[in-house]
Write a protein that binds this ligand. Structure first.
Ligand code: SF4
Length: 165
């Protein structure tokens, strides 16, 4: 979904968004029933926690020596084992579907250096033209996947607020 902003090769060489520290462990991918079924085929040993009616998370037992929990679906050579079927939140990262004070918005994680190098007006136009309609429609269908606002990621657009670009 983000190929206009991010080259696949850039993501393949980084994989930062597929590793979680004890500080951002809350943001591990949410697996809906369809994705969960695929994950169980790929990783029969994996353990899960149910977050909501149609939302599961990987059970996190341990962090590695560098305080990281690599997503169990991350293959060092191939990248995400789900390919194009990855969870929605992963397909839009570093953009975040989030809610603050009862209002939904799209925020930008400050962790993706490649996207952060782009001009702000390029990012805003991308969100307006390519992302917001899809993201907020997804929020309606999967409200359990809307994350609480993290307090630090800049908000790019609030739902139902026009962008004058
Ligand atoms: S599901 Fe795939 S894209 Fe998402 S964090 Fe895991 S390895 Fe990365």
């Amino acid at each position: 979904m983000l190929t206009k902003l991010l080259r696949r090769e850039t993501c393949a060489a980084c994989k930062l968004c597929c590793q979680f520290s004890s500080y951002d462990i809350w943001s591990t991918p949410v697996l809906n029933a369809q994705v969960l079924a695929k994950v169980k085929e790929l990783l029969p040993e994996a353990q899960f926690l149910r977050k909501a009616e149609d939302a599961w998370l990987f059970r996190v037992e341990d962090f590695d020596a560098e305080d990281n929990f690599p997503c169990p679906l991350l293959d060092p050579g191939q990248g995400c084992l789900l390919g194009e079927e990855k969870p929605f939140s992963c397909s839009i990262w570093p953009f975040l579907l989030t809610e603050a004070g009862g209002r939904q918005c799209i925020a930008l994680s400050p962790l993706c250096h490649s996207v952060l190098q782009q001009p702000v007006d390029t990012l805003l136009r991308f969100v307006k033209d390519e992302l917001s309609e899809v993201v907020f429609a997804y929020a309606d269908a999967h409200p359990e996947e809307v994350l609480p606002y993290d307090g630090v990621s800049p908000v790019l657009v609030w739902r139902n607020e026009s962008m004058n670009l």
